[in-house]
Design a protein around this ligand. Structure first.
Ligand SMILES: Cc1cc2nc3c(=O)[nH]c(=O)nc-3n(C[C@H](O)[C@H](O)[C@H](O)COP(=O)(O)OP(=O)(O)OC[C@H]3O[C@@H](n4cnc5c(N)ncnc54)[C@H](O)[C@@H]3O)c2cc1C
Length: 264
């Protein structure tokens, strides 16, 4: 569809807790509060940053606890839908691999695509929780339990401690030593989930906004309804921002292809 927007939550609590502009949490909240869906399947931080667990909620007030991105989380969201949520109207957050798998189980299990809102997240890769703890001990020289948040940015895995200190190591350096992202993620060429109704990310976006690519008419309608009902604000993405995002995507794809050659 080639439609790009920069989106920001209107709710200050969501803006504060969200990874970027809070578009994802706001869209999920709108879908629940408007009774468009019966429940939301996404990821919540439990004990610590290494403990991202899938969670299903029917209460819009609980969504705030799920805001933010977790890189150390499982990747079997589609399986949960196939086993437990086949007949429900749901919204689900999806990395590109999740979106591809959900698309497949929709066909295999005869799920009605209209009943599933896929809110996509761009993805540069995930890290196995046990690997993350080990590499933080080894490369960052800190106790993994002291980490309060983590992010992947500009080719680095960055951790933050309770006192606000940040420590970062280049992902390339971690991966050369057998740590870093899952090997599948290192080889993955699918960085933007275009099978999802919308694909949300930070590449190309202004600070405090989520960059949203609209992929389906259902996604377009959802964004419009969320704007009309005051859940989000949106502005056009500039040509320059769209170009920057495309450039980063292409670099990531090139890196994945290089790793495919190395690993396979
Ligand atoms: C593992 C991972 C890697 C990412 N890499 C990139 C990248 O390289 N480039 C880029 O542009 N954007 C990337 N993103 C997307 C980015 O971090 C934000 O999620 C996105 O911009 C939406 O921001 P927001 O403020 O609107 O989301 P929020 O309002 O904070 O909502 C985030 C939603 O994502 C859900 N979530 C958190 N972790 C996961 C997970 N592991 N799997 C599925 N759902 C999850 C949360 O439960 C929440 O519902 C990545 C996200 C993840 C989870």
């Amino acid at each position: 569809m080639e439609k790009y927007l920069q989106v920001k939550a209107t709710n200050p609590e969501i803006l504060e807790k969200a990874e970027n502009g809070g578009a994802v949490t706001s869209l999920l909240k709108f879908l629940l509060e408007s009774n468009t869906v019966e429940g939301v399947l996404n990821i919540k931080k439990e004990k610590d940053v290494y403990d991202g667990i899938p969670t299903f909620t029917t209460d819009a007030d609980e969504l705030i606890e799920t805001a933010g991105s977790l890189h150390c989380a499982p990747t079997m969201i589609s399986d949960i839908i196939a086993r437990h949520l086949k007949d429900e109207k749901i919204a689900v957050t999806t990395k590109p691999c999740d979106a591809m798998a959900i698309d497949e189980i929709i066909k295999r299990c005869g799920i009605n695509r209209d009943n599933v809102y896929m809110i996509g997240l761009n993805c540069g890769g995930t890290v196995q929780p046990i690997v993350a703890e080990k590499m933080i001990k080894l490369f960052y020289d800190i106790n993994p339990e002291e980490v309060v948040s983590e992010e992947i940015n500009k080719g680095k895995f960055i951790v933050e401690l309770a006192d606000g200190t940040e420590k970062s190591v280049k992902i390339d350096d971690l991966e050369d030593e057998g740590y870093g992202r899952r090997e599948n993620c290192q080889r993955c060429e699918l960085k933007i989930p275009r099978k999802a109704d919308v694909a949300c990310g930070n590449w190309g976006s202004s600070k405090g906004y989520t960059f949203v690519e609209i992929n389906t008419p259902k996604g377009e309608q959802l964004i419009q309804n969320a704007i009309d009902n005051g859940y989000i604000e949106a502005k056009e993405a500039s040509e320059k921002q769209i170009k920057i995002r495309k450039k980063v995507e292409n670099i990531m794809i090139k890196m994945a292809k290089k790793t495919q050659k190395k690993q396979l």
